[in-house]
Design a protein around this ligand. Sequence first.
Ligand code: AMP
Ligand code: MG
Length: 339
Amino acid sequence: MFDTKILDNSDRSIELAAELLKSGEVVGIPTETVYGLGADASNEDAVKKIFEAKGRPADNPLIVHISEFSQIEELVTEIPRLAINCAEKFWPGPLTMIMPKSDRVPMITSGGLDTVGIRMPSNETARKIISACGFPIAAPSANLSGSPSPTSAQHVYNDMQNRIPAIVDAGHCGIGVESTVICFEGRDSIRLLRPGFISVDDLKEITENVIIDKGVTEIVAADAKVASPGMKYKHYAPKAEITILEGTLDAYREYVKENSDNDTTLLVFDKNDADGLGLPYVVYGSTDEEQARNLFGSLRELDRLNAVKVFARCPSKNGVGLAVYNRLIRAAAFRVIRL
Ligand code: AMP
Ligand code: MG
């Protein structure tokens, strides 16, 4: 058992975090998307500790984080031309690219796949930690498997207390939803496996051929063979039963009036949405960007309020709104009512 320390993001803390990572330990690290649980990507024992700390299924691969483009060479056997174009446009930033992995990436890191997902985060503290280590860092989101991803060091602490030695605190994550995950098909197509801040329109600036994988918006059977294993797991779920109500504010308010009871809590864009309904509510933001930043914190807040039954307003599905929708339908176990 560890006495988990929350470190500030000073140079001294970054050095300390790097020392822990070099000695094969797991550290909570900030990124611009969500907090990650980092370990030396090529050290099997260290990576194993990530899976143990999270309770993560072994076939759910980890993303490998780099701080310089040149680090990619040791990790992959081939770099598609489109990947170079994407790196030039979106790195450092919240884009993960799947490529054929080299032997330097152990199977435990790739969840048994012969590919590896790679990202260069834009968060300065994250890149400083990776640079101080001198090796790529494997890091999934720093939550217990199945819980909402952590967007603050305190969220990480709540889930990882006594399980890891340290967390580096660099404040609230700016983006708030995990990275966009893509793979390449043929020479000219990008397949979107998980939506994030880098949107479909952003990717279309690289190639017109952007395919949105079915798993982005639809339910994936537990035994299905999927391109992105994370999509098949129950995810981001607070304890409450969430139902997404898709429609106008008027239709939402009508539905709530007719179907709410003493156990109902509302998840709304703005406090005015809940005006006069006499029910507890959590606000998650009026723009796609605000909703992305606040979604996971709001799901944790619903737990704190002991919410039982939640009626959620439906995100836009445009831009980063698609990422918000993708996370919220999983939190809602795909319960969506079209009003
Ligand atoms: P997390 O870091 O918790 O957001 O999880 C990383 C997610 O990225 C996984 O659940 C997968 O969906 C995706 N991913 C990572 N590596 C690969 C890969 N090699 N192939 C397909 N998807 C991947
Ligand atoms: Mg995760």
